[in-house]
Structures are given as structure tokens and as C-alpha cells.
Design a protein around this ligand. Structure first.
Ligand code: PA5
Length: 421
């Protein structure tokens, strides 16, 4: 396992008996999660078999995109873009193709500015939408089709547009009518649990990232969750956060001293927020990137209301060597750093923050990846998805629906005059 986890600075808030009880309950829920039949069609994320579809087609088309595209546009929102974006923004990759995100805003300023970036470039588009009813990706797909139709032949468009959706959806029909490559969004996998489906696999492959390594990470975490029920990170984390919640800790912050994890923390916020925030229950998920946010939210964390738990996402790899060179002639007051590596300075700042927050009464949890890599992303995504399913069930909510989001959509559709269902 390339992921270590340390719960010691949070477990001190709880008694041994309650930890054992919650641990046993979480392990039992995890066992039934893997044993039960997927009668509601929401558990496809559990296995590679139900998630990883069309891998050869994905790899072949991704190679074409890498060869021919200057710009690759990912059109999707929420679970239909976050996992891929978190990987692409965190991992080193070639400059080409440039990756651009659309389908996630209604701001005419942002849409217009983004379209300007495409001018004169060789553009490929991947539209990702589970049911193809969401306004943002649907409307942007129309804009992009029209933009492309003015610049490309029908045949060229058929090569450059790839759609990811459910079989039988209108998006699937459009793909058939126009000859676009269609990738399946597996029906029994919800958007925020789709990290191992074509929804994420195709964009990450088109961006030049290693899909096989990523899936190896997924498989290792999946094996761990199924075979080490009592002692895997998903079960222990789920049990711990639910216990803390029952003691009044109803906000959880995911924090990292690596800005490259910023979109990972956004993915995590969506996963837990949409899965647990219902029936007037839920731990409110928030995210911060340190050290910048220590100079804003850090004050509240240290001394504000004591209802916060903090989950650190750390990495062992120190990053490229970057030393502070001496500069005695300036007498700038920073000579105590002379000869130090930024990797070590960052680590010292992280340890100091963790200690200060723990001392200030914040239960602190830590996940540490050996490396920021495709493999560790595969492990982290899987552990957090399994943890979220177990944690939601411990709380007594359905972690796989999102009726509240549907409510805002209905209200918006009425406001905009949409009449068909
Ligand atoms: O997790 C979910 O189901 C949601 O966040 C969806 O991913 C998001 O609303 C986008 O849905 P769609 O792909 O249908 O446009």
C-alpha cells in the first residue's frame, strides 16, 4: 500500500470502547457493501469489471488526441469532470495538448474567454454527461458544436468529438447519428463515484497520464477494502469521522501543503458533500490549501468554535530540489534558512501546523501518499469512495442519491421555461 494513514491525533478524543464499537460497525457495513447484490444499480464503482469499460478504445483514441490536438476540451460538471481534473492538475505531463474545462459554468465572461483560447488551434472535445439533462454541459456542447461546424468538415468533427454518456440517452443517439465515438458512462455508477470509468479514464489518457498505473492503484485499494475489513483506511476513517460527528464535530476540512492537490480536495468535497448532506444530517466538507490559507482560515481553525476536524493530505516525496542560497549582504532576516531545501521547509511547516492545531483542540487525521502519482491517485480515490459509502450508511443516509441537487435543477428549469421532462 502506497498510502499511510495516521488517526492517532484524532482517536485521543474518543474512548477505546466507542472506537471498537464504531470500528466493528464500519467493518460490518463494509462487508455487506461488498456482499450485497446491486439491486438499486448504484454499486458499480466497487469493481473494475463494472467500471472499467472500453479500455482499448480509450487508449487508441487518446493516442490520436495526443498526436493531433493542440487543445483538448473536457466538457462536464461535478462527478463528470472532477476526478480527471484533479489528476491532470496534479501530475506532471507534456504541455501538449493544453487541457481546457467547459460545461461547469454559466458565466458568459468565462465561456467567451475560453472560446477565445481555441481560435486557430487543433481542438478535440470530450462531452461527459450521465443523463444529458444538465444545463451547463448540454448548452456548452451546443456552443462548441456550432464553433466547430464553422471551422471543420462533418467528417473532421466526427473525429474530434468524443461523447461519454449512458447507453440509450439522447447523447448516445446524437453520437450514433453523427458518427462520434461513444464511451459508456456505466449506469450503476453515480457521477461522483465514476473515477474508474471512461468518464475519467479517457480524459486522463488523452492528457498523457498512465491509466494502467492508476488502475493498479485502484485494484490494490479494492483488494485491501475487501480482504482487510477491520483495518483498511476506508473503514477506520469512516468509523472515526462518524464518531467525531456524534461528539459534535460537524465540519471536516481537507487540507494540504501541496497546491497541486487543490482539485483533489475539490473532488473530495463533492464526494462527501453530495453523499452525506441530506435528511438534515451531514459533516460539512471544506477544503484549504496551506500555507496560503493559514493566513486566512488558519486563525479560525486554531481558536474558533471547536466543531472542526482536519484531514491532512500529505506526500512523502519532497519534490524537486530547491535550496535557499545564502545572501549575507542583504541582512534580510532569513539567514536561518541558509542551505535548507524547500521540501524540508514545507514539511517542517506542515508538522508545526499539525501540532499547533492538535494542541488547539482540533482532531487531526493524516493520509500520506509516497508519491503524487497515478497509482496513489487510484488508491486514494478508491479508499475515499469506499469510506464515503460506509460513512454515509453509518450516518443513516443514502450515500448514492442527490435529490437536493435535483431540486435546484427543477427550480432553475422552471425559471428558464423548460417544459419537457
Ligand atoms: O455525483 C453526481 O451524480 C453529480 O455530481 C453529477 O456528476 C453531476 O451533477 C453531473 O451530472 P451529469 O453527468 O448527468 O451532467
Amino acid at each position: 500500500m502506497g498510502i499511510a494513514f495516521d488517526l492517532s491525533r484524532a482517536e485521543t478524543y474518543l474512548s477505546r470502547e466507542e472506537l471498537e464499537r464504531a470500528g466493528a460497525k464500519a467493518a460490518e457495513l463494509c462487508r455487506t457493501l461488498y456482499e450485497r447484490e446491486d439491486t438499486e444499480g448504484v454499486l458499480g464503482w466497487r469493481t473494475k469489471e463494472k467500471s472499467v469499460l472500453q479500455l482499448d478504445e480509450i487508449k487508441a483514441k487518446a493516442e490520436e488526441v495526443r498526436k493531433r490536438a493542440d487543445v483538448f476540451v473536457i466538457v462536464g460538471v461535478g462527478g463528470s469532470n472532477q476526478a480527471a481534473r484533479a489528476l491532470i492538475e496534479a501530475l506532471p505531463r507534456k504541455k501538449r495538448p493544453k487541457i481546457i474545462y467547459l460545461g461547469n459554468t454559466l458565466s458568459s465572461y468565462t465561456i467567451t474567454r475560453t472560446l477565445e483560447e481555441l481560435e486557430g488551434k487543433s481542438v478535440y472535445i470530450n462531452v461527459i454527461a450521465k443523463n444529458f439533462g444538465t444545463l451547463e454541459p448540454g448548452s456548452h456542447f451546443r456552443i462548441l458544436r456550432q464553433w466547430m461546424a464553422e471551422r471543420c468538415s462533418k467528417e473532421d468533427m466526427a473525429d474530434r468529438i468524443i461523447v461519454t454518456g449512458t447507453k440509450g440517452s439522447r447523447l448516445h443517439e446524437i453520437a450514433r447519428e453523427r458518427g462520434y465515438l461513444f464511451l459508456q458512462f456505466p449506469v450503476p455508477v453515480g457521477g461522483r463515484y465514476s473515477a474508474f470509468t471512461p468518464v475519467c479514464l479517457f480524459p486522463m489518457a488523452a492528457a498523457g497520464l498512465d491509466v494502467d498505473e492508476y488502475l493498479a492503484g485502484m485494484e490494490s485499494a479494492c483488494e485491501d477494502c475487501q480482504n482487510h475489513l477491520e483495518d483498511n483506511p476506508a473503514v477506520r476513517y469512516a468509523a472515526l469521522r462518524q464518531l467525531l460527528y456524534s461528539h459534535g464535530y460537524d465540519i471536516e476540512m481537507m487540507v494540504s501543503f501541496e497546491p497541486r492537490y487543490a482539485f483533489f480536495t475539490k473532488w473530495w468535497v463533492q464526494l462527501f458533500g453530495e453523499s452525506e448532506g441530506k435528511d438534515k444530517k451531514g459533516i460539512f466538507p471544506a477544503a484549504s490549501i496551506y500555507s496560503e490559507d493559514l493566513h486566512s482560515i488558519g486563525q479560525y481553525i486554531q481558536e474558533g468554535r471547536r466543531n472542526l476536524m482536519e484531514t491532512f493530505l500529505s506526500v512523502k516525496e519532497p519534490g524537486p530540489s530547491l535550496k535557499v542560497e545564502p545572501c549575507p549582504e542583504y541582512k534580510d532576516g532569513f539567514d536561518y534558512l541558509d542551505g535548507m531545501e524547500f521540501g524540508d521547509i514545507n514539511r517542517a511547516a506542515e508538522e508545526a501546523t499539525l501540532n499547533a492545531h492538535a494542541k488547539g483542540g482540533v482532531p487531526c487525521i493524516r493520509f500520506t501518499a509516497d508519491l503524487v502519482s497515478e497509482r496513489s491517485f487510484g488508491e486514494l480515490y478508491y479508499y475515499f469512495m469506499a469510506a464515503c459509502a460506509v460513512s454515509g450508511e453509518m450516518m443513516g443516509v443514502n450515500p448514492f442519491d442527490q435529490e437536493g441537487v435535483e431540486e435546484y435543477k427543477r427550480s432553475m428549469f422552471t425559471a428558464l421555461g423548460k417544459t419537457d421532462p
